[in-house]
Design a protein around this ligand. Structure first.
Ligand SMILES: [Fe+2]
Ligand SMILES: [Fe+2]
Length: 477
């Protein structure tokens, strides 16, 4: 059974908001502040309307509706996946007990913190991507950018709902702070590092949706297992929307590589910049950067907090219920890599303290799948070049590799060697300028900027040349 969502309400929801006047009033008080934030820090390009997907039900099929809507009238709402009345906690010391419908006092602070950290990333990415519309390579891509943006806005709503509904006055204050911190702000930055980096151009946007949204997918995957049922259900539904964000990243990079590969084959050179394409070495450097900052988001490999959250039943592992072990993990071990005397060595550590690493390993394996797809494009074009995921220790600021200098192939370098070589591995100001020089907007339906191939198909069975976005008059030229 799927629960339909009532769009007659000011805040569309499937959480019975109409039956809880206090909560409804509190959220209706937050709504204008959200809209102010959206106007001030949401997409900068003025549009009349955009062909957007809106969730209409949370069930397995037919959950979304597509239509041209003015973006500020998008119906941000609060949607939780269906409740399973028999759901039990799947791990930790509460394993087998019924999932919590209220926040247990002993886990209150931790749950609130996890929700705030997750919530903070959602508006951050909208802020980071604010100016990209001005250089969109097509209306198709522009629409996808805005779809990602409105859904990140909705994910903020989901987290704010949890804070308001379950965490009292402190929760309401945290909800205010989520609109107060801003990406890259000197005094009041976003909580996590990667969310304070600017998204300077579309190559970085696609790398961001590929690598950093994917980090989000894995974090949500652990919260989806939470013993706190409203959080689990919120994350489950968010994951559904996130799938499209990663599609945007995977196919975006793939289309760039496609274009680059064609130019390389045609002109028999790697230096395709003069032909309007993005050279493969620049794509590789952007990839190296976004992958490494995204790995930092997983935190230290060894973390007693992660073990504590797990044992408490607050945060599980990726696909917890499919794991073939006791789901308690006391006494279990695994190996991790550390740098010792200038060498990489494996050491055995308690699994319970290495759950961040467990999650990161799942993530890295997933990241590798897209790279394989991109390399298929190069192979199909008859080219010997390949893209690579750098070593997990490359360019790291958090965890066991922080303070060491590793090359993308995992060799350990001294500081001087790193100084001279790192510009071969990370985007240089010249790379960014070169990419920026290609970022000219293409707002004609069905036309694409020269540096990216068109997609195979449009959105929701619409043709590629569909008028996905209508710009406001002042948005043109
Ligand atoms: Fe999100
Ligand atoms: Fe996302």
């Amino acid at each position: 059974m799927t629960v339909p969502i009532d769009y007659a309400e000011r805040i569309p929801n499937n959480v019975g908001l109409a039956g809880d006047r206090r909560l409804q009033r509190a959220l209706e008080g937050w709504q204008p502040k959200f809209l102010d934030w959206w106007r001030e820090l949401g997409p900068a390009l003025p549009t009349k309307d955009v062909y957007l997907r809106t969730a209409i039900a949370v069930g397995r099929d037919g959950w979304a509706h597509f239509a041209h809507v003015p973006m500020e009238q998008y119906r941000w709402g609060i949607f939780l996946a269906e409740r399973d009345p028999d759901r039990a906690i799947a791990f930790g010391r509460h394993k087998g007990e019924p999932a919590w419908q209220q926040v247990p006092g002993e886990h209150r602070a931790v749950l609130q913190r996890l929700i705030v950290i997750q919530g903070d990333t959602e508006p951050a990415s909208v802020e980071q991507q604010r100016i990209l519309g001005r250089t969109a390579p097509s209306l198709y891509d522009l629409r996808n950018l805005f779809q990602v943006n409105v859904e990140e806005g909705r994910h903020l709503w989901a987290m704010v709902y949890l804070l308001h509904a379950f965490f009292g006055r402190e929760g309401r204050e945290e909800a205010e702070q989520l609109l107060h911190r801003h990406s890259g702000d000197h005094d009041s930055p976003r909580i996590l590092g990667a969310f304070n980096e600017q998204t300077t151009d579309w190559l970085q946007f696609f790398m961001f949706t590929y690598f950093t949204d994917r980090d989000g997918k894995y974090q949500l995957g652990t919260l989806k297992e939470s013993g706190f049922d409203p959080l689990a259900r919120t994350c489950e539904f968010m994951l559904k929307e996130e799938a499209h964000h990663m599609f945007v990243g995977t196919t975006g990079v793939q289309r760039i590589v496609e274009r680059t590969a064609r130019l390389m084959a045609e002109h028999d050179t790697e230096d395709v910049l003069g032909y309007g394409g993005i050279p493969l070495p620049i794509i590789q450097r952007y990839l190296n950067f976004q992958f490494s900052v995204s790995l930092d988001l997983f935190g230290s490999e060894q973390s007693t907090n992660a073990g504590t959250y797990y044992s408490a039943g607050v945060k599980g592992r990726w696909q917890e219920t499919r794991r073939d072990d006791d789901h308690v993990l006391i006494g279990a071990e695994r190996t991790m890599t550390v740098v010792e005397d200038g060498k990489l060595v494996g050491k055995s550590v308690p699994l319970l303290n290495a759950l961040n690493l467990d999650l990161r390993d799942e993530y890295v394996a997933d990241c590798a799948r897209g790279v394989k797809r991109w390399n298929q494009v190069l192979a199909d074009a008859g080219l010997p070049q390949r893209l690579h995921l750098p070593h997990e220790g490359f360019h790291r600021k958090v965890g066991a590799y922080a303070g060491h200098h590793l090359a993308p192939d995992g060799r350990i370098l001294d500081a001087a060697a790193w100084q001279t070589r790192s510009r071969d591995w990370l985007p240089t100001p010249e790379d960014r300028a070169a990419v920026a020089s290609l970022m000219l907007p293409e707002y004609e339906p069905g036309r694409f900027a020269a540096w990216i191939a068109p997609p195979r198909a449009g959105i929701n069975d619409r043709p590629v040349e569909f008028d996905y976005v209508h710009l406001a008059e002042e948005g043109i030229g």
